[in-house]
Design a protein around this ligand. Structure first.
Ligand code: ATP
Ligand code: MG
Length: 308
């Protein structure tokens, strides 16, 4: 009788076998310093002195409860790899990954300080207000261009916020990139989308589908809006408008004088179809608002994590 027992298959190894084999599996460089912690893991900085290059290594513990490992692997690896090759100018570059002992390491380019930290530094700096405003205008223009690239390739970020945007100063020129593919969704492969994001930046139609409590508040306070909401269904062609809403919240928090009041209200309009398209935003930015308002804002005080 042959009693040889097969060891149980590691479900994560099976998930890796199903990923695109072209995605590089690499030995992650040793981490030197913690950059920041997010919902699912920590991101460390690695400096390669010989190559004069900096890397960011995101380390995710796959044993964490409530974790949809399949989705996480798909988003953090496959989606990240795909979008960073489709929008290299606007999404931080994915380098490779490694899975070992229930730990997933994602290696990326280090793309600079995130916009949350950059903004705090800029606000506290002694630079004259017009210089600060110019920098913020450049940043918001590049965020809009990044959003356009994503949408043109059929992706929705679903978690746009200052913590998921990096700002790099290259020879005094700002380069802005998106990071965090944790909620990134490719519409073509999804008949229904899983609603994710960070509540503070989340479009009302997403909150509505996600949070019954929010629905109650809308019903009581804004019956007109409530009556026009369709429970649980968001038209596919309006999903891009959820990123537009998050963009509007960021402008409102960080640099409201960028647009006039009416346009800002449209960006965060409760009805997705009332929000402008990314092309209309870019058009506005090209025309300019002639803003000389202050860039200060007090509402942006704490870092926000995605709801897992
Ligand atoms: N490539 C990168 N370059 C520079 N900083 C980075 C990079 N990737 C991540 N970071 C930093 O690490 C933080 C956490 O990374 P990330 O947003 O990917 O984690 P998360 O767990 O998905 O976060 P969230 O709470 O938004 O879900 C970012 O807010 C940013 O400060
Ligand atoms: Mg994040």
């Amino acid at each position: 009788m042959n009693l040889s027992l097969k060891p149980p298959a590691d479900p994560i190894k099976t998930l890796i076998d199903n990923l695109d084999p072209n995605i590089p599996q690499i030995e992650p460089p040793s981490a030197t310093k913690l950059i920041n912690s997010g919902t699912f893991g920590q991101t460390y900085l690695h400096i390669d002195v010989e190559q004069n290059k900096k890397y960011a290594v995101k380390v995710i513990n796959l044993r964490k409860p409530n974790l949809n490992v399949k989705e996480l692997m798909h988003n953090e690896i496959e989606n990240y790899y795909n979008i960073s090759s489709k929008c290299p100018k606007y999404f931080c570059q994915f380098i490779g990954y490694k899975y070992e002992r229930h730990q997933l390491s994602i290696v990326m380019d280090y793309c600079g300080m995130d916009l949350f930290d950059y903004y705090v530094e800029l606000r506290n700096s002694k630079l004259p207000a017009p210089v600060k405003n110019n920098k913020l205008k450049t940043i918001f223009t590049q965020i809009a261009e990044a959003m356009q690239c994503l949408h043109q390739h059929g992706y929705i970020h679903f978690d746009l916020k200052p913590e998921n945007i990096t700002v790099h100063n290259i020879y005094d020129k700002l380069s802005v990139k998106l990071i965090d593919a944790g909620s990134l969704t490719y519409l073509a492969e999804n008949e229904t989308v899983r609603i994710q994001g960070t509540v503070d930046y989340m479009a009302p139609e997403l909150k509505h589908a996600l949070l019954p409590k929010y629905l109650q508040t809308i019903k009581q306070n804004l019956p007109n809006v409530y009556n026009n909401m369709v429970p649980g269904i968001i038209a596919n062609n309006e999903l891009e408008k959820t990123d537009i809403y998050s963009y509007g919240v960021m402008v409102k928090k960080l640099f409201p004088p960028l647009f006039n009041k009416e346009f800002l209200q449209e960006l965060i309009h409760p009805y997705p179809f009332r929000r402008p398209t990314v092309e209309q935003i870019l058009e506005r930015l090209r025309k300019g608002r002639g803003s000389n308002g202050s860039s200060s804002s007090s509402s942006h005080a704490t870092r926000k994590n995605r709801n897992p």
